[in-house]
Design a protein around this ligand. Structure first.
Ligand code: AP5
Ligand code: MG
Length: 217
């Protein structure tokens, strides 16, 4: 099963992708996580991406398309994959289609997670992530048992650089301008399913599973 998760910053793409990965045994491919790793390791890719990410702007299409092209050819993507945060522009959507055509694959589902503006800001300002295993928490909505420590692996929790309120608002503007047009793009291809993203994480997961498994309701 080849899947795209669409949605604004803070919609819960990463949270849901981790749950889908566990249930369906297909890898989460997060361009955001891949770029943050490159920035941390100071690779040539990270050097190119850093300033854009810090300002809450999208990294140029050519940079991200290159990493996705390589990643989708890996062996672990054979049974399927979950794209989290890609595509993010119409040009990336077109490039994805071309890459998939070359390797003989297609997208089965595009799940659009819907959450509105102020809820997104609340979610992102309170987000904490495990430095070791990537598990996601929220100070109010999904707190770790011990403050600053991951329940799953005991790693240290940190706040993302781009989760400052001013940068969050820039990311939301970028989403409206560059990413939201993909909703109509996939609607026209008849593979978009919208899911209400407000409620408990498990509740939202069940809504997504119903779409993926094709069960009514
Ligand atoms: P990226 O890392 O993709 O960030 P994003 O799209 O801004 O999305 P987030 O990761 O912030 O949110 P999410 O939807 O994953 O929500 P989460 O599950 O964490 O991209 C970062 C940057 O990289 C971009 O700005 C850009 O510069 C660059 N980039 C990446 N991909 C690119 C591309 N393709 N092209 C160009 N540039 C690219 O949840 C958020 C919080 O809410 C968490 O604390 C979570 O615990 C909590 N939460 C989750 N679900 C719920 C719920 N149901 N109720 C309450 N709280 C919840
Ligand atoms: Mg994410």
């Amino acid at each position: 099963m080849n899947l795209i998760l669409l949605g604004p910053p803070g919609a819960g793409k990463g949270t849901q992708a981790q749950m889908i990965e566990e249930r369906y045994r297909i890898p989460q491919i997060s361009t955001g996580d891949m770029l943050r790793k490159s920035v941390k390791e100071n690779t040539p890719l990270g050097v190119k991406a850093k300033a854009f990410m810090e300002q809450g702007q999208l990294v140029p299409d050519g940079v991200v398309i290159g990493i996705i092209d390589e990643r989708l050819r890996s062996q672990d993507c054979h049974p399927g994959f979950i794209l989290d945060g890609f595509p993010r522009t119409i040009a990336q959507g077109e490039a994805l289609q071309a890459i998939l055509a070359k390797i003989g694959k297609r997208i089965d589902h595009v799940i659009n997670i819907e959450v509105d503006g102020e809820e997104l800001v609340r979610r992102l300002t309170g987000r904490r992530t495990c430095r070791n295993c990537g598990m996601m928490y929220h100070l109010l909505f999904h707190a770790s048992k011990r403050e600053g420590v991951c329940d799953r692996c005991g790693g240290v929790l940190y706040q993302r650089e781009d989760d400052k309120e001013e940068t969050i608002r820039m990311r939301l503007r970028e989403y409206e301008r560059q990413t939201a047009p993909l909703i109509q793009y996939y609607q026209l291809k008849n593979c978009l399913r919208s899911v209400q993203g407000v409620g408990g994480q498990n509740e939202i997961f069940e809504r997504i599973v119903r779409q993926l498994d094709g069960t009514p309701g």
